[in-house]
Design a binder for this molecule. Structure first.
Ligand code: ATP
Ligand code: MG
Length: 420
């Protein structure tokens, strides 16, 4: 039996890479236009970073991490997301002494041991940004507007922006008490995860997907209705600024990112097309995270977007991708003399930035033309003894079938002009 790729991983094959390259390029372009610089970080980190930075009451840390001991006995984890690594790097490299805010973007693979299904894999790809050092609502709006611009540029329609505020540690602890008293006579009938959360981080109960638990939560108090005046003001500013630039949103009081260091604004972009794995992107503010990871108190906000889900969405909306570049010319060769001449010619063409494919199989003219056609080349030219002797050849336009006699000396100029 041949060996297969591990469950939950996917090969991105040459036929699909065009779509990936396109969204990667567009994302980087949008980030740069907003002043973000790319950061590349290790695929693995010490496990403790994620326990602190993602939080050990989350599903990601409790159930989904790829953790192992390395040969030196250290606990290592394949990154399940990008924020913790960026924050680690920000602290480690003293980025707080750079002009603030620090704006970083990344395009990464991430690893989670998940139940594999459409839009949910064990190795997947994320685009993300982290904006560190800015506490103002304007930062929240800028980050959200980047996404909105990115989706617009790609031609994606109907992604719904859901927005909420989860307050700050102060207002949240009062809310947690309120939620606990609401649930006091219900928690006994709820799932084990909810029971654990009840003691450790009650707000996370709102995230439960179990039908029975959801029913019990119908009349639960919403955190948004209980945030403090400062958090309320921040949220009002965010919504006002979004209105100013015509970014539509719905307030969804159920979005929670359930850790003490996540604060205030949380948001998601959700598709109505791609089914249960509909959340294309999630983000929010994390004003306590840098401190929790050992740095000086620093506000931060960011998002992570699932690239597989983005592409699923684009394909389900029938969005056209740019057509990948096809070769400008195919140079075929027949016979002993033609070999070296065709090699030199191809070399010169390539040096002049012409996308050139040349025969390296020594096949018959018929087979070569068939191959050139499959490649979708614009022109073809076959060199044989006669062509070498006369220094002329027939340039065939593969689209129209038109054939022209041309001098080999003028070929490069002609193709360069055509391209220009
Ligand atoms: P979900 O609720 O779907 O599990 P999440 O809250 O775990 O998502 P985040 O940690 O916010 O997801 O990650 C940001 C984005 O990364 C998600 O919105 C999604 O698009 C993508 N994503 C998360 N987990 C996976 C996965 N296992 N496979 C593919 N994409 C994923
Ligand atoms: Mg998840």
């Amino acid at each position: 039996m041949p060996i297969q790729a591990p469950r939950g991983t996917r090969d991105i094959l040459p036929d699909d890479i065009n779509q990936w390259n396109y969204v990667e390029k567009e994302f980087a372009l949008v980030c740069k236009k907003f002043g973000y610089k790319e950061i590349r970080l290790p695929v693995f980190e010490y496990t403790e970073l994620f326990q602190r930075g993602v939080g050990d009451t989350t599903d990601v840390v409790q159930k989904e991490m790829y953790t192992f001991e390395d040969k030196g006995g250290r606990s290592i984890t394949l990154r399940p997301e990008g924020t913790a690594g960026v924050v680690r790097s920000y602290i480690e490299h003293g980025m707080s002494s750079l002009p603030q805010p620090v704006k970083l973007f990344y395009q990464i693979t991430a690893y989670r041991y998940e139940k594999v299904q459409k839009g949910r894999y064990r190795e997947f790809h994320q685009f993300g940004v982290e904006l560190l050092g800015a506490a103002d609502p304007a930062a929240d709006v800028e980050v959200i507007s980047m996404l909105s611009l990115f989706f617009n540029r790609l031609g994606i329609k109907n992604l719904k922006l859901n927005l909420n505020s989860i307050g700050c540690p102060e207002c949240r602890s009062a809310y947690n008490e309120l939620l606990k008293s609401y649930l006091a006579d219900k928690i006994g009938d709820m799932c084990d995860t909810c029971k654990t959360r009840y003691g450790r981080n009650p707000m996370r109960i709102l995230d439960c997907k179990e039908e029975l638990c959801k029913k019990k939560l119908i009349d639960a108090p919403a955190l948004l209705d209980h945030i403090c005046d400062d958090c309320r003001e921040h949220f009002n500013q965010v919504t006002k600024k979004l209105d100013t630039i015509d970014i539509h949103f719905d307030i969804d009081k159920n979005i929670v990112r359930g850790l003490d260091y996540y604060t205030r604004t949380v948001f998601e972009f959700v598709s109505e097309n791609i089914g249960t794995q509909g959340t294309v992107c999630g983000g929010g503010r994390y004003d306590g995270l840098v401190e929790a990871c050992g740095g000086a108190p620093t506000p931060g906000i960011g998002f992570a977007l699932g690239v597989e889900r983005l592409l699923l969405e684009m394909n389900s909306q029938g969005i056209e991708f740019p057509i990948p570049e096809t070769p400008d010319i195919y140079i075929g060769a027949i016979g002993e003399k033609a070999g070296p001449v065709s090699e030199k010619l191809a070399w010169q063409l390539r040096n002049n930035n012409i996308y050139c494919i040349k025969d390296i199989m020594g096949r018959s003219v018929r087979a070569q033309m068939k191959y050139a056609d499959k490649l979708g080349v614009r022109y073809s030219l076959i060199l044989g003894d006669n062509e070498i002797e006369s220094n002329k050849a027939q340039l065939r336009d593969m689209k129209t079938g038109e054939v022209k006699d041309i001098s080999l000396d003028t070929l490069i100029d002609r193709l360069v002009k055509n391209k220009g």
